[in-house]
Every structure is written in C-alpha cells, then in structure tokens.
Design a protein around this ligand. Structure first.
Ligand SMILES: Cc1cc2nc3c(=O)[nH]c(=O)nc-3n(C[C@H](O)[C@H](O)[C@H](O)COP(=O)(O)O)c2cc1C
Ligand SMILES: [Fe+2]
Ligand SMILES: [Fe+2]
Length: 391
C-alpha cells in the first residue's frame, strides 16, 4: 500500500498517524521519540472506526480510511477516550460519515457533547459488558474509569481476541509497528506508565483483573506499537500496578552554587557503595519523563533543594509537587539542602510532603558548602537509607 496502513487481522486495519516531530504532550511531558495516534478500522457486516487522531491530522485519517472503505458507510465511531489526541477528529469524521453513531460510555457521551458538540441523537451510550454486533465481528465494551480519564473504556474484538485499550498499555513512540520488534519498548512503556497511569494504580489493578478473563491475543493501544505478544506488557503492568519496587533510589535536585550538588553526589556515592541502584536527575536539565520512569520502581527518593528567598528553589518545589501528584510507590524520602543565612527550603519541602504517605527517614539542611562534618553526616544518612531500602 502507498499509505502507511497495516492489517492486524482479517478486516481489521490500523489507520492511525505518526507524529514524528511532536516534542511535548499536555504542555508537560517531553516526547523524545514523538508519538502516534492509533485509530483502527473494523469491517464486519457493519463498519466501525475505533478512536480518531489528534487535531491537525484529520485529513490523513480520512484518506487512510478511504483507501479501505468509504466514510459514508461507517456505522460506528467508537470513542474509547474523550481526550483530543484521540477524539479531536471526531467532528470532522462525523460530518463526513452521516450514518455513523458515536459509541461511548455515559460519561463519554457527556464529554463528547461538551468538547465536540456531538448531538445527542448521534450518540449511542454503551454500558459495561455491552456488545455491538458488526455481523461477523463483535465489539465488547469494558469500562476503564480513570485510566486515565473518567469516561475511558476498552473495546474488545471478540472473534480476533484484540483488546483496543486506548491509552492503557501505550507508549509515546512515533515509530514501530509491533512492540516485540522495538528494542527499548519497555523503557518507553515504563516512562509512559509513570507519566500517565501511575497515579491510578488501584484502578489499573481493577482493570487488569477485569481483562484477565478475556482471551487476549493482541493489545492495540492508542499510542505506540501494537502488542502481538501481550504477555510482555501485561507482566510489566501487573508489576507496576501493585507498585513492585527495586532496591533503587532516585535523586531529584537543583543547586545554584554547588553545595547541594556536593551533598547529593555524596549520598549517591554512599548508596552505590551499599549496592543500591541509583538514578540522578538535576532538575536544571532533567527530562521529567525520565524522572517519572525512575519513580515507577524506586523505593526511595532524595530531594535536594537549596534555599531561595526563604523557601525551596522553585524547581525543587515543582519536583516535589510532581512527585506527590504522580503517586509513585516510593516508601522512603530524604531531604538535603544548603542555605546562606535563614534557611527555609527544608521546612517547605517537609511541609509539602506532610500529607503524603512517604517516610522521611532523614533531612539535613546545612549552612553554605558542606564541611567534613557535614559529609560524615551525609554518609551516615546514606548508610541508614540503604539499610531501610534493603530491609
Ligand atoms: C537568588 C538567591 C536567593 C537566596 N535566598 C536565600 C534565602 O532567602 N535564605 C537563605 O538562607 N539563603 C538564601 N540564598 C543563599 C543560598 O541558599 C546558599 O547560597 C546555598 O548555599 C546555595 O546552595 P547551592 O550551592 O546548592 O545552590 C539565596 C541565594 C540566591 C542565589
Ligand atoms: Fe489520554
Ligand atoms: Fe492519549
């Protein structure tokens, strides 16, 4: 085919688009490898499109569909999720597919009206486990609330054992067709989990239980490659959802004049000498997607924050806020920082962590650059943290 279209099964096609050059998502998450917006076409007796694409790619989607069938013949547009990266082309496609009904959860139906002005009479609300028959293909709908929006659902194509899981099981990768062909797939999937799904671990566990009863041969997410060996990503998701951690610590820090830098580098050395796996993120240059990825399986976090204007450096406040929002399974925290006169960084970070279920096992705020005595204290603290991590 001239266009980038591929067949997943008999009469099931990927008609998504690849956004090679996108570098930021949700005005927050860096996309080092771009992303894809996966849409799928299923042709039974009836015809259904599963999800659409990001605004700006409407015509690409239309052209790809038209290679296979005409839009006028579409019976259903399945909206697994209302976020614009998948639902943004719904108005464009619905205008050109006069017969098509939008299929969504009841929450999805409301969002389709609010975001995309889809008239009520063109929406078909589906409930948990409801099925739509396309003749020789049957679509089953499974609610997946808060993965990662309230209206989210999965669509399961019974006859072919394909689970269209929307953002769940996704990865921000523009390239790649099948996940088993992508060398660093799990790294990207873990990063994606950390950014998008980690805050909803209990909902993820529930969804994993629900889909365990299905015969899943292929998982077709809405970003990144398709999983035709679904065990790999399912195993990873099971581990991440229960919050399985490694003997690993992540350091997120900022330093203006090098004092906090010296402190965190010392604790890093001590931890490594104790056999603890380590990831260091200097917030000046850090990719927060990488930080999110490391939070997925770290047992401890070390926050390094010098004092600026009576409180913590704004980048450290940002990192602490993000840490709380992402709700990683981290058990232990250490706070390190340097100040010039009155201090205040430590107090502020402690305040921010107060209502968060992480045990602060040590905190040290020193005046100016660390002295030999300070270094000794940091080594002790590092050893203590290592013992906690190993316990
Ligand atoms: C812009 C700026 C604002 C600062 N504000 C404070 C402050 O309000 N209170 C304080 O104790 N120290 C303040 N300091 C001093 C730093 O906290 C101190 O130099 C510290 O050792 C810096 O650690 P670092 O080398 O890790 O950046 C300020 C420094 C700068 C550059
Ligand atoms: Fe989303
Ligand atoms: Fe998405």
């Amino acid at each position: 085919m001239e266009r980038d279209i591929f067949r997943l099964a008999e009469n099931v096609y990927w008609v998504g688009v690849r956004d090679w050059n996108r570098r930021l998502f949700d005005a927050l998450i860096p996309l080092p490898k771009g992303t894809s917006y996966n849409a799928y076409l299923i042709l039974g007796g009836g015809k259904a499109l599963i999800d659409t694409v990001n605004p700006g790619f409407e015509k690409d989607l239309e052209e790809k569909i038209r290679v296979i069938t005409s839009l006028e013949e579409l019976d259903y547009i399945i909206m697994n999720h209302a976020e614009p990266d998948h639902a943004g082309a719904i108005p464009y496609i619905m205008e050109r597919a006069p017969k098509a009904k939008l299929v969504a959860t009841s929450r999805g139906a409301k969002m389709a009206q609010v975001y995309y002005h889809v008239p009520q009479e063109r929406i078909k609300v589906v409930r948990e486990n409801e099925a739509i028959s396309l003749g020789d293909k049957t679509l089953l709908f499974i609610e997946a609330p808060m993965l990662h929006w309230p209206e989210t659902m999965f669509t399961y194509l019974k006859e072919d054992g394909i689970l269209f899981s929307c953002d769940f099981f996704g990865a921000h990768l523009a390239g790649g067709v099948y996940s088993d062909e992508v060398e660093d797939l799990l790294v990207h999937a873990q990063r994606y989990w950390g950014e998008i799904m980690m805050p909803f671990r209990s909902m993820a566990q529930r969804a994993l239980e629900k889909i365990a009863r299905l015969d899943i041969r292929v998982i077709a997410p809405s970003h990144g490659p398709i999983h035709r060996k679904p065990e790999l990503i399912l195993d990873a998701y099971k581990r991440w959802a229960v919050g399985e951690t490694r003997q690993k610590a992540v350091i997120a820090y900022v330093s203006m004049w090098g004092s906090t830098d010296t402190m965190v580098k010392q604790i890093a050395e001590t931890l490594m000498a104790e056999g603890i796996e380590l990831a260091i993120h200097n917030l000046n240059v850090a990719d927060i997607g990488d930080l999110a990825k490391d939070l997925v399986d770290s047992k401890a976090i070390i926050l390094g924050a010098p004092t600026v204007l009576g409180g913590a450096h704004p980048l450290a406040v940002y990192a602490t806020y993000l840490f709380k929002a992402l709700r990683p399974p981290t058990e232990f925290a250490v706070i390190l920082g340097s100040y010039g006169w009155g201090g205040g960084a430590l107090r502020q970070i402690q305040e921010l962590l107060k209502d968060f279920e992480v045990e602060v096992v040590g905190a040290l705020e020193i005046n100016g650059p660390p002295t030999k005595e300070d270094i000794k204290k940091i080594v002790e603290l590092g050893k203590f943290l290592a013992s906690k991590i190993k316990s």
